[in-house]
Design a protein around this ligand. Structure first.
Ligand code: NAD
Ligand code: 6OD
Length: 503
């Protein structure tokens, strides 16, 4: 018997007041002064989780002002060692309150507990530890320089925080993707103002409690809630007190934020949309390719930026691959996050479901063969109002079809046969996006050859979403600007300042 949302919240100690999302500014929770709020609804059953308070310009300004003040206070004077110890305590406190974070994430997103407990929450904590290891061990350059008078000079670089970082995050992996930016930003000594997605405000708000519990100085971590245009997102990115902006979300939103960042020439780091391909060669281990494509197409209900929406399969194994992926998709168990064996949750919202369903209809209009799915599944009465869709597979569409070209962000993929390696590379690269791809082959030479030619930031071979947090992460073409991860995050979140000393 599944619990309803109120019961999950009860069991997880998220009482009514704490399920209302307040801003966290200068170490204190506040509803702000706009008087505006909206209902946060659970995608599981459309029930109301709580209220989210909307920030106006005054709240955003208060948050940025607090963050600026913190740069020159106790936080700004703290040694790297002490800063890293504090961030380690943040990670420990998230882990200590694991069940609360888990319940909050599942309430907001509807994702299965089995997924969030393995990916979202552990990574949320790990993102605070990982970058402290990097900042403690990284060196900067040193050059001895000859001078005409023979005494010489030395040059060395200092790594300084950039200042106040505006963090704008999406709803698909809310805690993971927000901390992926907040972790390195703080490790480098910056302060942050975070605007989480309006769909998923809870775990970012909970993080405010964690910051206070570990004794984080006031103003280092701030949260404002709201929407994008003419709301907290735009107010934050336009605010002159924000020194740099890091954003994960849709490419179109990135364009708007880049325009805002142009005022004052503020740097941006963008992780944007994708229309990722998988290439399955006839020499692939098909068991592995099916297992990997099941995850890359359907995990998190297809709402992973790295997910596969275009699958190219070499003709000799095409029919077999389609039949096996169909069987896998039909074996997915949709249901309540808490229910045993559930592998697929709902989409994040009714609005997103409308978008995904519009592509399901478009696929048929464009002449697709619907291999499986294509609609709304029948769910038990207590879940019937949720944002459920069927996992869906199509074949038979031309490469010009909207469903093959545009990011859908749902549990669906189109499968197309190909004949030659050259053709597969061309098909996979024929997109304005360049985030990720998966190549399935047992031929080592082919793996290297094809990987080198993929126009993406991330190419997995015989795997998908296998992460080492030290590696460069990001997209090429319309999928992003810059790389984060390991040293690459440090490049964005610090300013290198060269000191030249004449001896
Ligand atoms: P979105 O762009 O709609 O929203 C992301 C955030 O931007 C939200 O907090 C939103 O309120 C805010 N926002 C919207 N308009 C804004 C504006 N004009 N100014 C400032 N802020 C604004 O994205 P989403 O729907 O939340 O997330 C899904 C998208 O994110 C997909 O396109 C997906 O591919 C992408 N994504 C990319 C990565 C990556 O690493 N490349 C990771 C996750 C998601
Ligand atoms: O694993 C990560 O660090 C990361 N940024 C994942 C992004 C997933 C996109 O939905």
């Amino acid at each position: 018997m599944s619990l309803n949302t109120a019961e999950i919240a009860q069991a997880s100690k998220l009482d009514g007041a704490r399920r209302d999302a307040l801003h966290f500014i200068d170490g204190a929770f506040t509803t702000g002064s706009t008087g505006r709020s909206w209902q946060n609804r659970s995608p599981i059953d459309n029930s109301v989780i709580g209220l989210v308070h909307e920030a106006g310009e005054a709240e955003v300004d208060a948050a940025v002002t607090a963050a600026r003040r913190a740069l020159t206070g106790e936080w700004g004077r703290m040694s790297v060692e002490a800063r890293c110890t504090l961030l380690g305590a943040v990670a420990d406190e998230i882990n200590r309150r694991f069940d609360e974070f888990l319940a909050a994430e599942c309430l907001d997103t509807g994702k299965p507990v089995s997924l969030a407990s393995h990916i979202d929450i552990p990574r949320g904590a790990a993102n605070f530890k990982m970058f402290t290891d990097v900042i403690k061990t990284v060196s900067t350059e040193f050059f001895p320089t000859p001078t005409p008078d023979g005494t010489g000079a030395i040059n060395y670089a200092l790594r300084k925080p950039k200042g106040v970082i505006g963090v704008i995050s999406p709803w698909n992996l809310p805690l993971l993707l927000m901390t992926w930016k907040v972790g390195p930003a703080l490790a480098c000594g910056n302060t942050v103002v975070v605007k989480p997605s309006e769909e998923t405000p809870l775990t970012t708000t909970l993080l405010g409690e964690v910051m206070n519990a570990v004794g984080m100085p006031k103003g280092v971590f701030n949260v404002v809630h709201g929407f994008g245009p003419n709301s907290a997102g735009e107010f934050l990115t336009r605010h002159k007190g924000v020194d740099a902006i890091t954003f994960t979300g849709e490419t179109r939103t990135g364009e708007a934020i880049m325009k805002a960042a142009a005022d004052g020439v503020r740097p941006v780091s963008f992780e944007l949309g994708g229309k990722n391909a998988a290439i399955v060669f006839a020499d692939a281990d098909l068991d592995k390719a099916i297992e990997g494509t099941m995850r890359s197409a359907f995990a998190n209900c297809g709402q992973v930026c790295l997910g596969t929406e275009r699958v190219y399969v070499q003709r000799p194994v095409f029919e077999d691959f389609v039949a096996r992926l169909k069987a896998g998709a039909e074996g997915l168990k949709l249901g309540h996050p808490e229910d045993k064996g559930v592998t697929l949750g709902p989409l994040v919202s009714q609005e997103h479901r409308d978008k995904v369903l519009s592509y399901y209809r478009k696929a048929v209009e464009e002449g697709a063969i619907v291999v499986t799915g294509g609609g709304i599944p029948e769910m038990p009465a207590h879940l019937a109002e949720g944002a459920w869709v069927q996992p869906t597979i199509w074949t038979g569409l031309p490469e010009t079809a909207a469903v093959v070209r545009e990011e859908i962000f749902g549990p669906c993929c189109h499968i197309q046969p190909f004949d030659t390696e050259e053709e597969a590379i061309h098909l996979a690269n024929d997109t304005p996006y360049g985030l990720a791809c998966a190549v399935w082959t047992e031929n080592l030479s082919r793996a290297h050859r094809v990987a080198a030619r993929m126009e993406v930031g991330l190419c997995w071979v015989n795997s998908w979403f296998l992460r080492d947090l030290r590696t460069p992460f990001g997209g090429s073409k319309a999928s992003g600007i810059g790389r984060e991860g390991g040293l690459h995050s440090l490049e964005f979140y610090t300013e290198l300042s060269n000191v030249c000393i004449k001896l």
